[in-house]
Design a protein around this ligand. Structure first.
Ligand code: GLY
Ligand code: MN
Ligand code: MN
Length: 361
């Protein structure tokens, strides 16, 4: 993969992160660079200790530098080899935002594993289960299907805990009756991360209030799905999602004015996904073979300025989508999304049912 990246970016084969890291920090300290004896002695010492430094042609040159004119020449040479830290960040974004065919295989795999884990959690959920227990069900499925890690700390927030955006304590001992749980859990497979959120009811059926909020979130997602293709901007995505949420909340009387939507939808809708859960990329227009999340949410904490019946409802639905020339592909569709599909899957038997009975014996 590193070789593919290097070819794709035309970065020199001699580009070595370990060596580059030191050069980058040196470039940030011009005084140190100017102090030639220190520079050469540092690299001499490193070359003696490490084969990696010794073999690197740039290190050989640094060791031989004699005056500041030669340092300037060397810096220009580094720029030509793309050893420039300012450009490095741009190259990294350009490389990572467009997935290669090989990366797409890994992304499809990690997202499918994560989607199946959400599906199993929907089947397993019971009101007396703990947040940790349900998190465990998902992470077990990751491991069962070969994913080595989670892509980020798992979020399993029952009821109002779902309103806490980066809730990772996951320590409520029971989800409770007629509550929903917000599960933002993604696997990491061979270095690549999924990022999926599903919110589902503890007894397998949404209450009318839960369903009304949930459906606004689904409508917001669908407004985004409709416009996702090459050329759409992140700004347009954010606007499409926010408009639907704002209108929906005003219609239910939860908000007085659409301009207040941040009260209950306080985060962005989409980010790049890949080697990192919030992957590097340029937040401008979508391009073919980008993978981004679509994750609108509505969070109504206890004590909010609206009818009490909405308090404690938190819904986020997050899917991972592949951008194509004239449409998108939802890669996380194995995780049920619409209320009727969630309820159908929740009614199915779970492998945890037997386990719970066996453990009680
Ligand atoms: N799981 C982090 C996020 O959704 O951005
Ligand atoms: Mn996300
Ligand atoms: Mn997420």
């Amino acid at each position: 993969m590193v070789k593919i990246f290097k070819n794709k970016s035309a970065i020199s084969e001699d580009f070595d992160d370990e060596v580059l890291g030191d050069l980058m920090s040196l470039r940030q300290y011009p005084k140190l660079l100017a102090s030639i004896p220190r520079l050469t002695s540092y690299y001499k010492a490193m070359a003696e200790k490490s084969e990696r430094y010794k073999k690197n042609s740039l290190v050989t040159k640094i060791i031989q530098v004699k005056d500041s004119a030669e340092v300037t020449k060397l810096l220009a040479e580094m720029d030509a080899m793309k050893y420039n830290p300012a450009l490095y960040s741009l190259y990294t974004k350009q490389l990572r935002q467009i997935k290669t065919a090989e990366e797409l295989v890994l992304m499809r795999k990690t997202i499918e594993i994560s989607a199946l884990a959400h599906r199993e959690a929907m089947k397993a959920i019971k009101p007396d289960m703990s947040e940790l227990e349900l998190q465990g069900v998902q992470e077990f499925i990751h491991k069962k299907l070969g994913a080595e890690y989670v892509g980020y700390p798992s979020i399993a927030g029952a009821g109002a805990n779902g309103c806490v955006l980066h809730y990772i304590e996951n320590n409520a001992t029971s989800i409770g009756n007629n509550k929903m749980i917000l599960m933002d859990i993604g696997a990491e497979y061979h270095g690549y991360s999924a990022d999926i959120t599903r919110t589902f009811p503890s007894n397998g059926k949404f209450t009318p209030e839960q369903k009304q909020i949930y459906d606004i979130v689904i409508d917001a997602q669908e407004a985004v799905f409709k416009i996702c293709k090459e050329g759409t901007s992140f700004e347009e995505i954010e606007k499409a999602a926010r408009d639907v949420v704002a209108k929906g909340l005003v219609k239910l009387g939860i908000l007085k004015d659409e301009s207040e939507s941040r009260t209950y939808f306080p985060h962005g809708c989409s980010h790049f996904l890949g080697l990192d859960v919030h992957d590097k990329g340029i937040y401008d227009k979508l391009l073919e073979n980008m993978i981004v999340t679509v994750e609108p949410g509505i969070y109504i904490p206890e004590g909010s300025k609206c009818d009490k019946k909405w308090w404690g409802i938190a819904v986020r639905v997050e899917d991972d989508v592949l951008i194509k020339k004239d449409k998108l592909e939802i890669l996380s569709s194995s995780a049920p999304r619409k209320t009727e599909d969630v309820e159908k899957v929740a009614a199915q038997k779970s492998f945890v049912d037997n386990l719970s009975a066996d453990l009680k014996k």
